[in-house]
Design a binder for this molecule. Structure first.
Ligand SMILES: CC(C)(COP(=O)(O)OP(=O)(O)OC[C@H]1O[C@@H](n2cnc3c(N)ncnc32)[C@H](O)[C@@H]1OP(=O)(O)O)[C@@H](O)C(=O)NCCC(=O)NCCS
Length: 155
């Protein structure tokens, strides 16, 4: 497929690119995260098994996904999370998000994580196809979200 996935730990210079994607795709409202504050958060020392991944198409960064300790404020009991999956519009439909999800799963499994969590508004079919199970609904601010889990012990 002509792609490879790197981590921000090995390439900290990628943090501002990921931060811009995250802010534009997920926090596009006033008073929230800025590219600067998000860059700092991405570069902060990991709290447990955390990592940020960047997918390159040839030599161009076009997508990202993260493993984070906390993601959904209303569910602090669940950890860790697959978060902030994003692929540039021109590169969608090529399996890049799927490759990023698989990479996060492999990283988490190597860190002895038994179960991963995620929440999504619209991408449930993508994750379901990759073996994730819907466990119910949650809330993210004013929005209803689908909560999903991935058992990493049997794969
Ligand atoms: C969702 C997203 C990451 C998929 O990236 P991708 O590289 O195209 O995904 P893949 O090629 O691996 O898989 C394609 C599947 O993703 C899903 N998908 C694609 N675009 C989507 C979108 N805009 N919204 C929701 N799901 C989408 C579909 O299920 C699609 O399946 P199909 O090919 O049978 O139609 C990408 O559309 C994106 O960045 N969207 C904006 C950010 C976002 O919503 N992220 C998910 C947060 S939970």
């Amino acid at each position: 497929m002509g792609h490879r996935i790197l981590t921000v730990s090995e390439r900290p210079d990628l943090a501002p690119i990921v931060a811009r994607w995250r802010v534009e795709a997920f926090f596009d409202y006033p008073g929230g995260w800025t590219v600067e504050t998000m860059t700092a958060a991405i570069l902060a020392p990991p709290d447990g098994p955390e990592e940020t991944f960047v997918l390159f198409d040839q030599d161009r960064p076009v997508g990202t996904a993260g493993l984070v300790r906390e993601d959904l404020e209303t569910r602090p009991d669940l950890t860790p999370w697959l978060a902030a999956v994003f692929v540039e519009p021109a590169c969608r439909g090529r399996g890049y998000a799927s490759a990023l999800v698989r990479q996060v799963e492999a990283f988490a499994r190597a860190a002895s994580v038994p179960v991963l969590w995620l929440y999504t508004r619209a991408a449930e079919p993508l994750y379901a196809r990759l073996g994730w199970q819907r466990v119910g609904l949650g809330r993210d601010g004013d929005h209803e979200v689908v909560l999903m889990r991935r058992d990493l012990t049997g794969i």
